[in-house]
Design a protein around this ligand. Structure first.
Ligand code: HEM
Length: 567
């Protein structure tokens, strides 16, 4: 008799035990499994191993029950179901009890559901897709340190920003970033959680945003902005309202097509969204909600057809990379961001994306990270200029003084010198940051001390960007739009010391900040030079103000605006 048949017989005799004993044993095994295995590993990383283990264990159990002659098929299936259910019940019970009463974060206040499961956050994020408002409510109820997940703490304190995000921070990217893959050779710079991999790759990105590179982008951004101005002129006469949200998106995507890939998306020319981009937009909400359970998103991404909406976008980026690789000329100075990444890849530089797959992921980040953010910021600038006409008039005075003959005298050098433009952009990003809730980090093993509160190690943490940037403890007239707080009223309003990090800070901060500012300065200066802006008839701006969706980057409602040519 072979060893395997002996063990099969052994298992059969165990399984023949009365049902109650089997169920109790399975539940006990579930509790044991939680404490000995699940608590000691990062489940997000090993999710596929666990899935494979559970599927093979369940089918193995079913097979063994079926092989016991004294059981009918129905009895075997019923027993398998009961034992498996008991096992999972044991795990769930053990997880729940542990998270509520024994977890290192048990003393932090927060909603009961959030302490038990991440699916609580999914439910909150699903409701209106405005998780940032839910966080604000929790902050009101529970204070500055809120347990927003079984092992997540949301911190609404200025002092937490350098500790969590700053250049000296020891916090790393949290499990939120494993939604694509836990393998850094398969994901973009934004999603890699490996500190060294990130640091190496970041150099290639930074070259694409250096001053010399930016200078090559400037005239091309200007030409896209002029196309935007031309389109707006058609809304000025005969007068008809235009949707600032949609047109800002067209502008921003065309700019990123141009300086990101050296390609024209043609959104401004056609007045329609490029088909590849539409697929991305249609799925932002689902992503925003499910990214709260990264392992689930990771699994869904592997189901054939689940990412069908992205296929167009993925294929577009892949085709562009392939065609660039074919035409690659090592002598030519790179003319766009993707070419900088390709250069590192072709030259096998240490800063190169570590695989073809990660290069493709990086190319998609160029569009996603670069376009949505700039677009929502520009739409928000337009909203504030309509709501606060004095700000627009003041800006126009500065522009007219610097360029008395208008458009003909426009240069980026002159525009850059008008600091009020930057004050407007900064104040817009304070009240309406493109990432409302913020980046998620994990504390080092020794934990971090934030003021009076010790946050234990291996805890996911975040500071909600919009909430802290509108906190009355740090900002006077916190909800008022006052660009001067970044200019002549800086000292009086104590802006210097107030928390402000719309581009994040430290190692993982936005490499595209200067490009974004360049685009926004050019677009804002030209629009203000050329047009007066007002809400269109019937538009109050309230839906735009209140209706932003938290889809990691923000998704904005339409904003109907009437432009009139300035004399
Ligand atoms: C107003 C415009 C923009 C805002 C407010 C913004 C904001 C941010 C923020 C807050 C992060 C950190 C995200 C995190 O912690 O997970 C980030 C990362 C990033 N942004 Fe931007 N961004 C803007 C424009 C751009 C542009 C134009 C690009 C150009 C492609 C860009 C490329 C990136 C990349 C590649 C990352 C990931 C960086 C890394 O992980 O090292 N962003 N951005």
């Amino acid at each position: 008799m072979s060893a395997s048949s002996i063990s099969l017989q052994g298992l059969q005799s165990v399984l023949k035990a009365d049902l109650i004993t089997s169920i109790i044993s399975a539940a006990g095994f579930g509790v044991l499994f939680h404490h000995s295995v699940l608590r000691n590993v990062e489940v997000d990383i090993y999710i596929y191993y666990f899935l494979a283990l559970f599927i093979s264990a369940t089918s193995g159990l079913g097979f063994t029950y079926l092989s016991i002659k004294s059981f009918t098929i129905v009895q075997a299936v019923a027993r398998t179901t009961s034992v498996v259910t008991a096992f999972y019940t044991g795990i769930i019970f053990s997880i729940g009890t542990y998270r509520l009463f024994f977890h290192r974060l048990r003393s932090f206040p927060g909603p009961l559901g959030a302490k038990l499961t991440r699916f609580y956050t999914v439910r909150k994020a699903f409701k209106n897709v405005q998780y940032y408002k839910e966080v604000a409510k929790m902050h009101e109820k529970y204070g500055d340190f809120i347990r927003t997940g079984p092992r997540e703490i949301c911190i609404v304190r200025k002092s937490a920003i350098p500790l969590i995000y700053g250049p000296q921070s020891e916090c790393l990217k949290s499990t939120w970033y494993s939604q694509v893959s836990s393998d850094c050779t398969q994901c973009s710079i934004h999603m890699t959680r490996d500190f060294d991999d990130h640091r190496r790759r970041r150099k290639a990105w930074d070259r694409g945003f250096a001053i010399k590179a930016l200078n090559t982008y400037e005239p091309r951004i200007k030409s896209k902005v002029e196309l935007f101005i031309k389109q707006l002129s058609s809304y000025a006469s005969p007068p008809k309202p235009f949707d600032a949200t949609t047109w800002s998106m067209f502008l921003s995507f065309d700019v990123m097509g141009e300086v990101g890939f050296g390609k024209d998306f043609g959104c401004l020319e056609s007045g329609t969204e490029h088909a590849a981009i539409k697929g991305v937009h249609d799925h932002m909400e689902v992503l925003g909600i499910l990214s709260n359970v990264p392992w689930l998103l990771n699994i869904l991404g592997c189901i054939p057809g689940a990412t069908a909406g992205y296929t167009g976008f993925f294929s577009w980026c892949a085709a562009e990379i392939k065609s660039k690789q074919k035409r690659w000329d090592p002598e030519q100075y790179p003319q766009d961001i993707v070419s900088w990444l390709l250069k590192a890849f072709a030259e096998k530089d240490v800063s190169a994306s570590p695989s073809e797959a990660s290069l493709h992921e990086d190319s998609r980040v160029v569009i996603i990270a670069g376009s949505e953010t700039t677009a929502t910021t520009f739409a928000s600038v337009i909203y504030f200029l309509c709501r606060y006409p004095d700000v627009l008039r003041k800006l126009q005075t500065y522009l007219d003084a610097a360029m008395p003959n208008g458009e003909r005298e426009w240069t980026y050098e002159k525009v850059k010198a008008i600091t009020y433009l930057d004050d407007i952009i900064n104040e817009t990003l304070r009240l309406k940051p493109a990432l409302l809730t913020g980046g998620y980090r994990v504390t080092p093993a020794k934990g971090i001390q934030v003021d009076e509160m010790y946050i234990p190690g291996n805890t996911n943490v975040f500071v909600p960007t919009q909430l802290i940037q509108t906190d009355g403890r740090y900002y006077r007239d916190r909800l008022e739009y006052i660009p001067e707080r970044y200019g002549e009223r800086k000292e009086e309003m104590q802006t210097e010391d107030a928390p402000y990090f719309p581009f994040s800070v430290g190692a993982y901060s936005c490499p595209g900040k200067n490009l974004a500012f360049m685009t926004l300065r050019i677009a804002l200066s030209r629009v203000a030079q050329q047009f007066n802006l007002a809400f269109a008839l019937g538009e109050t701006g309230n839906k735009f103000d209140e209706g932003a969706l938290d889809t990691f980057t923000t998704t904005l409602p339409p904003l109907m605006v009437q432009v009139t040519q300035r004399k």
